[in-house]
Structures are given as C-alpha cells and as structure tokens.
Design a protein around this ligand. Structure first.
Ligand code: ATP
Length: 365
C-alpha cells in the first residue's frame, strides 16, 4: 500500500496526568484524496482527535504523521500554523464588517496583498460564490455562509481539510444539499478531508471510509457499506441504524435463532448475538414458515417502501420491504432472512440484550 497522506498511530490524550484518557490508542490512516469521517456519539472524543491532528492539542502518547513527516510524537510538536491543515468549524465565525472576499483573503498569509486576493478569488470560484465577493456575510444564506467558511479554509491550499460538524447549523434540506456539493467539490479537486460528525446518515453518505468511535476508542473502520452491513460490535450495529438483534445458537455457518434457522456471515459456534438489518428481512405467508409464525402489529407506509413491526414469541422485529408487499396489522406472517445474519458477539451474551428490534440510534447514546 502506498504511503498514506495522514497516519494517526496509537493516539492517546489525557487532559490531566492522573485523569482517564479522553481518547485512547486511536489509530487510522487517510489516503491522498480520501474523505474520511469520524462518527460517534457526543463526548466520545471526536473533536479531541481532530484537535490533536490540527495541533491545537498536544497528544499525551502516539504519533501523527503527514506524508511521513512527524507532526506530533516523541520527536516534537509542530505548531498548528505549520501543519498545512485547514479546519472548518461548526461556527463559521465570519467577520460581519468584512466583505466575502475580504473574509476569505484573511485566511491567506503568504504572498503580496494582490496575490492573497487572487487566491481568495480562486477559492470563492471553487465553491461557486465568485459572483458574491462584495456581499457582507449577514446578507448570505446559511449554506452560502458555510461555503464562504470553506473557501476561507481552502484559500491557503491546505494538504488536508478538517471538518468539525460543519453542516450542523443548516436546516435538514440545505444540509443534505450542501454536503453533497462539498463532497463533489473535494472529489473534483482531489482533496483529502476528515469530517467529524455524530450523524450516521451524514457519515455514510459523505465519506469514502469512516471510523466509528465510542468512549475514546475506535470500534471499527471501513467503507460505509461494510460498517453498516457488517458491524463488528453491538455498538456499531445499533449506532449506524435500526437493527434486529437475535440471541442464537451457532453451529458453523448456520444458527438457530428465535426466527428459525438462518445463515451466518462467518463461521462460529455456541451462543452468539447476531444482527439483521430490517431490509435484510422479508415477510412470507405463514404456510411457508420454517420458524415461528408472528403477527403484524404495525405498518408504516413511506411511499417507496414499508416498515412493518412484527410480534413473534414475545419479541418485536422490524421488517423493511418495498411497497409491492402489502400486509395489514393483525395478519399472520413468517419472517424470513434475505442475507446472512451478522455475528456481533461470539460468546454467551448478557441477559440485558433481548432478541428483537433495537431503538432508534441516538447521537448521545
Ligand atoms: P461532541 O460531539 O459533543 O462535540 P466529541 O465526541 O467531539 O463530542 P470531545 O469534544 O472530543 O467529544 O470531548 C471528549 C471528552 O473530553 C468529553 O468528556 C469532554 O468533556 C472532554 N474534554 C474535552 N476538552 C477538554 C479539556 N480541554 N479539558 C478537559 N476535558 C476535556
């Protein structure tokens, strides 16, 4: 594998010598041109990780390398302004008394005044705001202000862009639109970025790869599909979206579950907790059941798809089908799996994890 642009190795940060670490043994690489996200609930250490990369915090242990150059580590600590890293915060902090162009030029501190203005114009063109350079920030929409903040960070031409919840001040529609635009812009320019977010949908749709963080540590790193469909821990399975958990008895690639026999994504034996996303289940007529028959207790029609709640042997399961399948509350149905179940924990599982659907994922989980 070629040298990554950024390599974070065994990063640990304590804010006081005898305090518990806020991040512990965090390691990941970011390739040149890659968009990477750190996803996790509030307080798990995402911003601290980003601040260690930017140089605003000094790591207690571990190293941060940029193209093999040590930014932080036993060899020393490069100050933030010498790291060639740009950071966009949740609060754009634009100067209200300066024009859009002046705000962006403010971020460039090399070259003559005229060269700084040229760089600022290029950055504004990049984010599609070249025609608004004379406006004051307060006369722009939230999405436009966000793009000015991005242009201000892009103008000094950083090697790596750090994005700390940059879309969270935008309303839902604008938020989705802006993040798709920013992703496209970064891809067009071949730029590398790390996004910090507690929003699972944002991380899944914005990133090439993501790290899921919990309690100061990384649970799993992978491409969005892998992390969503093949979670390696109970936390990742629950944090990335709704799922059905089944305490099962595994024998090789198959398991006996409360819904009948299912295939497993890997070979294991004994008592295991498995996860099945609602869209990996479907409903069948009771006479085709190879497990217990359940009853539809809820049906949410969402246009192109339908989510059913099905009660079966005292537990409730979520089943997500397309809109061609129509069942009504009260119908007797069998739940069948379309994909192998994902083994989360290959051991006797604590009793507090019952079989059935998990609650909505929460950013403050
Ligand atoms: P959020 O999504 O809410 O911003 P986060 O995942 O970014 O959360 P951090 O801001 O990195 O989390 O904080 C992780 C933990 O470190 C929190 O418990 C926080 O209180 C603590 N912490 C952060 N900065 C400091 C500091 N300067 N001194 C002491 N503790 C700190």
């Amino acid at each position: 594998m070629s040298t990554p642009l950024l390599s974070v190795q065994h990063l640990t940060k304590r804010f006081a010598p005898d305090a518990a670490p806020v991040i512990h043994d965090v390691s990941f690489d970011v390739a040149d041109g890659e968009i990477f996200s750190i996803l996790g609930p509030s307080g798990c250490g995402k911003t601290t990780t980003l601040r260690c990369i930017a140089g605003f915090e000094q790591a207690t242990e571990g190293t941060v390398l940029m193209q093999r150059r040590t930014l932080s580590g036993p060899g020393g600590h490069v100050p933030p302004e010498q790291r060639e890293v740009g950071i966009v915060f949740q609060e754009y902090a634009l100067f209200p008394h300066l024009s859009v162009l002046e705000n962006v030029a403010f971020g460039v501190d090399v070259g003559t005044k005229a060269q700084q203005v040229d760089r600022a114009r290029e950055a504004l063109d990049m984010v599609g705001l070249g025609n608004l350079e004379d406006r004051r920030p307060q006369h722009l929409s939230g999405g436009q202000q966000q793009r000015v903040a991005l242009a201000r960070t892009l103008a000094p031409e950083p090697n790596l862009l750090l994005l700390d919840e940059p879309f969270s001040n935008l309303d839902a529609l604008l938020r989705e639109e802006t993040r798709q635009e920013v992703r496209q812009l970064l891809k067009d320019k071949g730029m590398s970025a790390i996004l910090v977010t507690h929003d699972q949908e944002e991380a899944l749709s914005f990133s090439d790869r993501l790290a899921v963080m919990r309690g100061g540590q990384i649970d799993q790193v992978g491409v969005p599909e892998e992390v969503y469909y093949r979670p390696r821990t109970l936390f990742v399975a629950q944090f990335l979206g709704r799922t059905n958990l089944l305490l099962s008895h595994a024998a090789g690639r198959e398991a006996d579950t409360p819904l009948g026999p299912v295939k497993l994504d890997r070979e294991t034996n004994g008592t295991v907790l498995v996860s099945m996303r609602p869209e990996h289940l479907t409903l069948a007529a009771p006479e085709n059941a190879d497990g217990p028959v359940g009853t539809v207790v809820g049906r949410a029609f969402k246009g192109h798809d339908i989510t059913y709640r099905v009660r079966c042997d005292g537990s409730e399961y979520l089943v997500h089908t397309d809109n061609r399948m129509s069942h009504e509350p009260g119908d007797a149905v069998a739940i069948r799996s379309l994909e192998p179940a994902v083994v989360l924990e290959s051991r006797a599982t604590p009793a507090e994890v019952p079989s059935g659907a998990t609650p909505e994922p929460s950013a403050s989980a």
